[in-house]
Write a protein that binds this ligand. Structure first.
Ligand code: SDX
Length: 431
């Protein structure tokens, strides 16, 4: 029995159907609102607006719950691999042994870049932001794989997805190598997804990098925790661009650009820069808290549109940072500072009243530091992890026969109709 929402405007009662998701979330379907009432809804930032029905990821911000295709993030983080997490998000089920080895073999065959693409890197300045390089080169993949620009079937989609998931590592590592003036290391198909990335990042021609098991596990965990997060800004961007029937390459390239912002995927770097300032004595923790409360700055890595409780990913990453540093026999004073800063913030009413807790970005950078990843690569690491989520959402839309191009409305508040003033009357004598 469909529940109905009643809306009264100027004495007229409009009936709007409601529906419920599989976890009890309720929505008012306003698809007919404008044709019935002439009105639209207004929701800047879309905090109250659902853009789609999705079966990929479930987040309960009040309870701090995150599940990929129904599996709790805590269980996947503890036991899963990044490739099977990618397959779970994209294809909807945990892969069998055969499915997993097939996909891994597909990825193994796609890790190289066309040599023409390698020359792109020669044109980038060494100080060019790696997120700019990543979005440019990922988008350029469409030039080298025109047969995968208009995807007609699951086989073509799977190939395009495999190319992106595999090559994103090579592009990211080569952007780093370019910035360091180091020779590019080619991928080694004998290595696992994460080991291969670390090899391309840190091996040199005469000495291959052998990452420790704990480093590989920490990177795997990092990618798993970043793999998807429902309709965040970058995912919604991928879905919006994909709704125009733009290619998967162009759509995820747009997602990279959206993720780049400091309020989104750039926050992990912002956290470390903030902790550096405290470590270097430029600010004390009480000063940071004061500045935040005076709205002179935001506490990077804190707050979330959905989580009004502790981000479950932050809990896992906090523990993982501790364990990784301990296993490495290393101490990072930034972790101590982060813990003290978080404690001070969470003890303060300003943060409690606004339900501001550590999010995925607050501790993630400490793991990347331990892996010797430079701060300017942190958003790139987020993008590598998020690729499977973006691809899964793009595909979910493309399997929807009723998909419409995303085109929000607006309320115009500009000038009323007025007549054009000829240039001569404005003293412009067109030469
Ligand atoms: C990610 O959406 C996702 O799922 C994103 C993500 C994913 O996996 O894809 O989880 C990844 O992007 C995590 C967020 C990373 N960004 C940061 O850590 C940057 C710092 N945080 C924020 O700027 C902010 O919390 C956002 C952007 C994350 C959320 O912004 P909202 O939901 O628009 O909240 P808001 O700006 O309306 O703030 C509500 C109130 C305001 O106070 P009042 O005006 O009501 O008094 O909370 C305050 C804000 O001033 N506030 C903060 C704050 N975040 C919100 N105050 C200080 N520090 C902060 N970090």
């Amino acid at each position: 029995m469909t529940k109905i929402a009643y809306l009264t405007i100027d004495g007229t009662v409009y009936e709007l159907p409601m529906f419920e998701g599989s976890e009890g979330e309720r929505a008012i379907d306003i698809t007919q609102l404008r044709s019935l009432s002439g009105c639209i809804t207004y929701d800047p930032g879309f905090a109250n607006t659902g853009s789609c029905r999705s079966a990929i990821t479930f987040v309960d911000g009040e309870k701090g719950i995150l599940r990929y295709r129904g599996y709790p993030i805590e269980q996947i983080a503890a036991q899963g691999s990044f490739i099977e997490t990618a397959m779970l998000l994209i294809f909807g089920h945990l892969p069998s042994k055969e499915e997993r080895s097939c996909f891994r073999e597909l990825l193994g065959g796609q890790e190289l870049l066309h040599e023409g693409l390698r020359h792109h890197f020669e044109g980038f300045p060494s100080k060019g932001d790696p997120m700019a390089i990543l979005s440019a080169v990922i988008n350029s993949l469409g030039c080298y794989h025109p047969e995968l620009v208009d995807i007609e079937n699951e086989e073509e989609f799977t190939m395009a997805a495999a190319k992106i998931i595999s090559k994103v590592r090579t592009i990211a590592a080569w952007a780093y190598r370019k910035s360091k003036g180091l020779p590019f290391m080619y991928p080694n198909p004998a290595l696992s997804y994460c080991r291969n990335f670390l090899h391309m990042m840190f091996s040199i021609p005469n000495r291959f990098h052998e990452p420790s098991q704990e480093a590989v596990r920490a990177l795997t965990l990092f990618f798993i925790l970043h793999a998807d997060h429902e309709q965040n800004c970058s995912c919604s961007t991928v879905r919006m661009v994909g709704s125009t029937q733009a290619s998967l390459f162009a759509s995820v390239s747009a997602g990279i650009c959206a993720l780049w912002g400091r309020l989104h995927g750039g926050a992990n770097a912002g956290v470390i820069r903030m902790l550096h300032r405290i470590r270097d004595g430029q600010m004390s923790i009480p000063t940071v808290i004061e500045k935040v409360k005076n709205r002179e700055m935001r506490l990077m890595g804190f707050g979330h549109r959905i989580y009004k409780n502790y981000d479950p990913r932050a809990k896992i990453l906090k523990q993982a940072a501790h364990e990784l540093l301990e296993k490495m026999g290393r101490h990072d004073e930034l972790l101590d500072i982060a813990l003290n800063l978080a404690a001070a913030a969470m003890a303060d009413d300003y943060f409690a009243e606004r339900k501001l807790y550590p999010n995925v970005d607050f501790y993630s950078g400490l793991i990347l530091r331990a892996l010797n990843i430079p701060v300017n690569m942190f958003p790139v690491m987020f993008a590598i992890g998020r690729m499977p989520g973006w691809i899964a959402h793009w595909y979910e839309d493309h399997q929807n026969p009723t998909l419409r191009i995303h085109r929000p409305r607006q309320i115009y508040i500009g000038e009323p109709k007025r007549d054009y003033i000829p240039m001569e009357e404005r003293g412009i004598i067109d030469g």
